[in-house]
Design a protein around this ligand. Structure first.
Ligand code: NAD
Length: 475
């Protein structure tokens, strides 16, 4: 879309795109396996062919993000997702046999679930993994037989523009169209009468999206953020835990929805953990000020916000442990640990989305469980250690989108696990078969027995019918 177009013209264009998709969808409401595979193959070819253009665009958007980083975090997982769906889609499309109530099955009745495409799915995506979060879900959206309209982030404009152009080169706009623009156009986009809307982004914007989708009762999948707790047990290997936590914390400059956001460490192990975190980052980034694999913050405004969080934490009594002597500058924000922060400070209240890591000491596991349960439900909960009772307590007495024991974010990479949040970290889940089901309508289909067993339910009713009903009313 041209930036000179007025919002009214842009909104009209959105309606035109949706209308075109609707006409095409009604002509072919149940795409064949071959067509679904063709769409997925076109996605794969497109990504492989234009990989270089995409990694260059991402680098420009982030100012500094290495090619390797974008390949590992955006291109490869998107391809993996597409290939996983390509491999399994034939099986997923098969009807699921279900049991018919006794004795109807014996009389020849049949029950099944058919997975029917929803139709047209809207997809609003964020900037932090700008390719993967925009194009990864398309695997399951196409796999389930849908058409899609994408609104990628305006904060990664080069990548969004590149995706719009390469998608237009591989797909008709009635199959897959891309709409560019900021919050104004995103707001118009989320008012469209989609059959489903996938939104990946912040919890606050999700509230606005939900309001926009409500008048049309558009069902939604919300993939949101929040503060992910990491619980270090006294049984943990502290050095290994620090390596894994700091890897996740510094990956993409800490701009990950699955990042550790507060680490709980047994009081007597706090200093050992701090020292291990220092050693860990220095091993990964010995010269961080010049390291091209250390990703910059997406905008100067976001970088300034991170520095404000640290300054406020300091003035409200926190002990800030910078992990390097070098000063952060511009959009390169270096990792720091934040100890004893005031619970009301912004760093303990807001999702951080940068390599700043609050550490909180604890003495009893129930303190950690209470802390988690008193706050919005996280997207992920991490535990390091080997104590079965502690793992059970955290699994069954707290609620989070997902949970990983002895690693960070590893559940996201498992194609056979549903990925999603709960409460303020989201609703619905995708990935693999769960994603296929999420973007399908599970249609219940019942085929009655030729013997017409329900004839007995039709009036006039006699004594036999009355007595049969009476017999059912018992504990
Ligand atoms: P954001 O909510 O600011 O923006 C996301 C998208 O929403 C963008 O495309 C934007 O244009 C659009 N948008 C903005 N205003 C809108 C409106 N009024 N109506 C409709 N759409 C609107 O999020 P962000 O800053 O791009 O991304 C960071 C957030 O996303 C973090 O909270 C992070 O945790 C979350 N996130 C979640 C996941 C997940 O899978 N759960 C993955 C990545 C990021």
């Amino acid at each position: 879309m041209n930036s000179n177009e007025t919002i009214v013209e842009q909104a009209a264009n959105l309606q035109r795109l949706l209308g075109g998709q609707r006409v095409a969808q009604l002509k072919d409401p149940y795409p064949t396996l071959e067509l679904r595979l063709d769409r997925i193959n076109r996605m794969i070819d497109m990504l492989v062919r234009h990989e270089q253009r995409l990694v260059e665009a991402v680098k420009e958007d982030f100012e500094n993000r290495s090619h390797l980083m974008t390949r590992v975090s955006d291109i490869v997982p998107t391809l993996e997702n597409l290939k996983y769906v390509r491999k399994h889609i034939k099986r997923w499309m098969k009807p699921e046999k279900r049991k018919s109530k006794f004795p109807l099955g014996l009389l020849g009745a049949k029950s099944k679930v058919e997975y029917i495409p929803l139709g047209i799915v809207g997809n609003i995506s964020p900037w932090n993994f700008p390719v993967q979060l925009a194009l990864g879900p398309i695997a399951e959206i196409f796999g389930a037989g849908n058409r899609v309209m994408l609104k990628p982030s305006e904060l990664s404009p080069q990548t969004s523009q590149a995706m719009a152009e390469i998608i237009a080169g591989s797909f008709d706009e009635t199959e897959f169209s891309v709409v560019l623009g900021g919050p104004e156009i995103a707001a118009e986009f989320s008012k469209l009468k989609f059959d489903h809307l996938l939104f990946t982004g912040s919890t606050n914007v999700a509230r606005l999206v939900s309001q926009s989708a409500a008048p049309n009762l558009v069902p939604m999948t919300l993939e949101l953020g929040g503060k992910n707790p990491v619980v270090i047990s006294s049984t943990a290997d502290i050095k290994l835990a620090a390596d894994k936590v700091m890897f996740s914390q510094t990956f993409n400059g800490g701009q990950i929805c699955l990042c550790p956001d507060t680490v709980f460490v047994p009081e007597h192990l706090v200093e050992e953990f701090v020292t291990a975190c220092q050693a860990s980052v220095k091993k990964m980034y010995p010269d961080i000020a010049n390291d091209e694999t250390y990703t910059h913050i997406i905008t100067q405004r976001h970088a300034d916000r991170l520095r404000e969080l640290v300054a406020e934490a300091k003035t409200t009594g926190a002990r800030v442990v910078p992990l390097y002597d070098t000063e952060s500058s511009g959009r390169r924000v270096l990792p720091s640990l934040i100890l004893n922060a005031d619970m009301n400070s912004r760093i303990m209240q807001e999702e951080i989305f940068g390599a700043l890591l609050p550490i909180v000491g604890y003495t009893e596991m129930h303190e950690v469980v209470d802390y988690i349960n008193e706050r919005p439900r996280p997207l992920a909960l991490y535990y390091f250690g080997h104590n079965k009772q502690e793992i059970e307590k955290l699994t069954f007495q707290t609620t989070s989108g997902g949970m990983v024991v002895n690693d960070m974010a590893a559940h996201f990479l498992q194609s056979d696990l549903p990925f999603g949040g709960v409460g303020e970290s989201g609703m619905g889940a995708y990935h693999g078969f769960d994603g296929f089901k999420n973007f399908s309508h599970a249609k219940a289909v019942y085929v009655q027995s030729k013997l017409d067993p329900f004839r007995l339910l039709r009036p006039p009713y006699g004594k036999f019918f009355e007595s049969a009903v009476s017999k059912q009313i018992k504990p």
